[in-house]
Design a protein around this ligand. Structure first.
Ligand SMILES: [Mn+2]
Length: 291
């Protein structure tokens, strides 16, 4: 693993811990997401830290502290989650911001627990093509296809954006919830970014927010490097505008942590990891620079 995440010069601003978790134990289709964290590290030092549209430089707002890679002691997600819990025990969820780099989307469950313990009113914003609301998948309730059902089981209010692949059981699950518990903005009728940001802000209220970002929420033309690509996804310009609008007038939510999962780099192209890392940059720059 490269030692530097972004090339930012002198350390100033908010400290962001970077936790690489290259795990793909329950992947159901294309593989390679175990190479995601390394690819994100490599891409991060190649891009400009200055966001010209926002006229803000991430280097003025944040610095990154990479943590040692978490490896699964065995192949099951439960074993991985236990290893992550042991690592997170050294950190303070009321103060420490952790940017977790997956690995598959079963990875962030211990982060949900970690932040909910310190912030009982935690809300999750979930970007994904897949609803991930299955009760169980491949004989495991901890599979990547079930992670948001686990979040709901923990009573965490959940806003989803970009969803376009789900089974009828998951649609029924959505319909059984109150709009204050589960709000899904499907990919086929996404509102304009400003309206989506307003709806997410209204949903979150003044509560602390955690972002879980599966890169397949983006259109495969933006991020083709992912194990389960789905056509009809979110456009890059929509997504960058959404984060800007979410925090634009200083009314946006307080972010406590985030993850980015399911990047599976393609040999011969760095487009996917570059787009993914620029989205991390846009989220952090908008939150720290506009809020
Ligand atoms: Mn997905």
């Amino acid at each position: 693993m490269h030692h530097e995440f972004f090339d930012l010069g002198p350390q100033q601003g908010r400290n962001i811990y970077v936790l690489p978790v290259p795990y793909e134990g329950t992947v159901s289709y294309g593989t390679g997401t175990c190479l995601g964290p390394e690819a994100l590290f490599r891409a991060s030092v190649q891009i400009e830290s200055y966001d010209a549209e926002l006229d803000l430089d991430l280097g003025d707002l944040a610095h990154f502290t990479p943590l040692p890679v978490v490896h699964a002691p065995a192949s099951s997600p439960e074993d991985l989650h236990q290893a992550m819990r042991e690592r997170l025990a050294d950190l303070d969820a009321s103060r420490d911001f952790v940017l977790t780099l997956g690995g598959e989307h079963s990875v962030p469950l211990p982060l949900f627990e970690f932040y909910q313990k310190a912030h009982p009113d935690l809300v999750i914003l979930h970007i994904d093509a897949h609803a991930d609301l299955r009760e169980s998948y491949g004989d495991s309730p901890y599979s990547h296809a079930c992670i948001m059902a686990r979040a709901r089981q923990m009573s965490i209010p959940l806003a989803q954006i970009g969803i376009r692949s789900l089974c009828r059981e998951q649609r029924d699950f959505m319909r059984a919830h109150k709009p204050s518990e589960l709000m899904t903005l499907f990919a086929w009728d996404l509102p304009a970014p400003g309206e989506a940001a307003e709806r997410v802000r209204a949903f979150v209220g003044g509560r602390p927010l955690y972002i879980t970002f599966d890169v397949d929420g983006m259109d495969p033309s933006v991020i083709p490097g992912t194990g389960t690509p789905e056509p009809g996804g979110i456009a890059y310009a929509w997504m960058t505008r959404f984060w800007k609008e979410l925090w634009l007038d200083g009314q946006g939510p307080k972010l406590v942590g985030m993850d980015m999962c399911e990047l599976a780099p393609l040999s011969g192209s760095q487009a996917s990891e570059t787009a993914a890392v620029k989205l991390i940059q846009r989220i952090l720059t908008s939150w720290l620079g506009l809020a």
